[in-house]
Design a protein around this ligand. Sequence first.
Ligand code: SF4
Length: 210
Amino acid sequence: MSTIRISRIVARTKVEGPGLRYAIWVQGCPIRCEGCFNPHTWDRQGGEIRSIEDIVQDIKAELKSSPELEGITLLGGEPFSQAHGLSILAHKVREMDLSVVTFSGYDYDTLRRSGHSGWRRLLQQTDLLIDGPYIQSLHDLSRPWIGSRNQQYRFLTDRYKQLEDRLSSIDNKLEIRLHPDGTLTANGMARISDLELLLELGYQSKEAKE
Ligand code: SF4
């Protein structure tokens, strides 16, 4: 049974790619960008192990209760460090006619030229790839879902091609959740001042993208 090591799942989010999405932060990242928002996802032994089948069943249940669910987003952590398992998951998800958005701290040229079969398979199962490491000196929140100017959108299928000329009209947003135990969690992209405000309010676990 194939498994994936994950850091966190948010089953319904509107700030991790186009439309309503099921977002999976994988655990483990060898890239270790300075200023990374998610250093707790670096440790390859952290997080929890989930079976792909279990996650697929969870996505099916979400789709049943939220038919407007658009697709899944894979982010991290580094999705290409678990490319084989994630390509299997992405394939099953696309069979449900859901889309796949994948983030990577590797740049697209590195991914496509590597010759790594798992990397090739995950690229084949991705509709929109957002590639490149977070570079603190190039910090920029003016484009949706990403945090630095070097990062790029790669429309690997036609699924979101229509967004290519409209990206500047999509805002970068932050979602904040208040949990029954009083803790706050957040995902999406935020200005440092917004994150500092969240910390003052008792925010427990920062989550943002590459
Ligand atoms: S920003 Fe992304 S690629 Fe860079 S260290 Fe953090 S999780 Fe890894």
